[in-house]
Design a protein around this ligand. Structure first.
Ligand code: BES
Ligand code: ZN
Length: 466
């Protein structure tokens, strides 16, 4: 009964304000002052248990969950079984993508070069074991290579001006057996060739210092032979999966047409257990599914975990693409939970693709004001699974703590850095925001027939201490 209560509060402020000194009795609604938590909030809050979220993060973050791997599929099966335990109709939605497995080993040797070289591969570098005369090919542009014959040679190319892929293809076109690209800025070079191409020859990257030292040796005279080995790289079609649990409106008679999607991504980057990114959001999605299983709603709620987010939001794009026009027009909100539990990150914020408020941020600002006495700030931001929803015109927001923790995308993104307080707080804000819209008693623009309010404004009471 949030709206009626606010009306009462506003009315009393005006009344007291009108009689001068008595205005002191009015309760101004300000920052850091808890607003009354209503009976509906309590229904949700009382059920949310951060222990459950924590335990599921612990379970999911035992290994990295790279899209298309067995460990991602194990996570998918686990999430499905959790949703099914709560009684939801659950679907696994497979999709294919073009993936790349980095090499298991790589080496560059140059005869006569004393120092140790530490090459890195490009994403989409192809396997091979090649050797030949080393030649400097400048920036590797078409103009620079005009008339050159690199047949059987290894091209040493400097970073800059054109893409890495273009450098490799230009050199290959002139017959090169392999390519070494060196950085034009300090530090190692980690790049991508963008996509797989049959025309590529083996290509590795060196630092600026390494490249310049080799170039100096080459320019001091004589012929150098270079060898390049790349093993274990794999490019090809892979399969990842979304997991979708659906809670239909509790009663068909009074159901609204609306659909709310609560989502997160279950995949992680290679080498990172992804406890916060994003086992935290996945476990929170599971917990909200558990919380809502016995709560009547007039709105359809879909709990969805996406695959292959880390490879370019592939799962969420696939999901949104798979929706009918009718489903898209009925989808009123996407709550995207991504990195919602780090002890070492900043405060909770919401990010929308256009930086503007929408239904998701409005509901969540109201709920965080009711629960914590202050709204959750809204910033502009993409980089996660709310993007495809926003692009389809669906109100969507990312829930994340900002600034990000130092363990982001690292092997240190582990369970010991997870804060149960942050999990509880975020789940309460999101859960009560969803219920504010999805419950039978909400004040929709079209009032429902034969609708009886369950709680009057006077029944509003303060939040218990948890
Ligand atoms: N959880 C991050 C998104 C994120 C991190 C948003 C920090 C805001 C601050 C997500 O899993 C991620 O890493 N996304 C990729 C982009 C995606 C399109 C591959 C990223 O930001 O590099
Ligand atoms: Zn993430």
């Amino acid at each position: 009964m949030r709206k009626p209560f606010l009306k009462v509060a506003l009315a009393s402020t005006l009344v007291f304000g009108a009689v001068g000194a008595q205005a002191a009795f009015a309760q101004p609604v300000g920052v850091n002052q808890k607003q009354p938590v209503n009976v509906f909030d309590k229904k949700v809050v009382n059920k949310i248990n951060a222990e459950n979220i924590y335990n599921n993060i612990d379970y999911l973050s035992q290994t990295p969950r790279v899209a298309g791997t067995e460990s991602e599929y194990n996570a998918v099966q686990y999430i499905k079984s959790q949703f099914e335990t709560f009684g939801y109709e659950t679907e696994i939605q497979p999709f294919t993508f073009y993936g790349y497995t980095p090499p298991s080993s790589m080496e560059v040797t140059i005869d006569g070069y004393e120092g140790e070289l530490q090459p890195r591969s490009f994403t989409y570098s192809v396997n091979g074991n090649v050797s030949g005369e080393l030649v400097f090919a400048g920036l590797g542009t078409v103009e620079e290579l005009e008339g050159a014959d690199l047949t059987g040679k290894i091209a040493l190319i400097q970073r800059g001006s054109i893409s890495f892929a273009e450098k490799v293809l230009n050199a290959a076109e002139k017959g090169a057996a392999g390519v070494i690209v060196f950085n034009n800025a300090e530090g190692p070079l980690s790049g991508t060739l963008g996509e797989h191409n049959e025309e590529y020859v083996p290509a590795l990257a060196l630092s600026k210092a390494e490249g310049e030292a080799i170039l100096a040796l080459l320019e001091s005279g004589g012929t150098l032979t270079a060898s390049l080995t790349i093993e274990g790289a794999e490019a090809g079609e892979k399969v990842s999966h979304n997991v979708i649990a659906t809670k239909k409106p509790t009663s068909k008679k009074k159901a609204s047409d609306d659909i709310i999607v609560v989502g997160s991504h279950h995949d992680s980057v290679a080498g990172a257990p992804g406890a916060n990114d994003d086992a935290s959001g996945t476990a929170m999605t599971i917990e909200l599914a558990r919380v809502f299983k016995d709560i009547p709603t007039d709105t359809e709620i879909r709990f969805v975990t996406f695959g292959a987010e880390e490879l370019g939001l592939i799962g969420s794009y696939h999901y949104v693409d798979s929706l009918s026009d009718d489903e898209i027009s009925r989808m009123i909100a996407n709550f995207n939970l991504d990195m919602v539990g780090s002890r070492d990150a900043g405060d909770l914020v919401m990010m929308t693709l256009d930086g503007k408020e929408n239904l998701v941020t409005e509901l969540s600002q109201s709920s965080s004001e009711r629960l914590n006495g202050e709204p959750t700030p809204v910033y502009q931001g993409g980089r996660s699974d709310h993007v495809p929803f926003a692009e389809a015109g669906i109100p969507a927001a990312l829930f994340i703590h900002s600034p990000t923790e130092p363990w982001y995308h690292s092997p240190e993104d582990t369970i010991d850095k997870i804060s149960k307080e942050k999990l509880q707080d975020t789940a309460e804000i999101v859960g009560t925001a969803i219920y504010d819209k999805a419950r039978f008693d909400n004040m929709d623009p079209k009032p429902k027939k034969k609708h009886k309010m369950k709680a009057a404004p006077e029944m509003v009471y303060e939040q218990d201490v948890k």
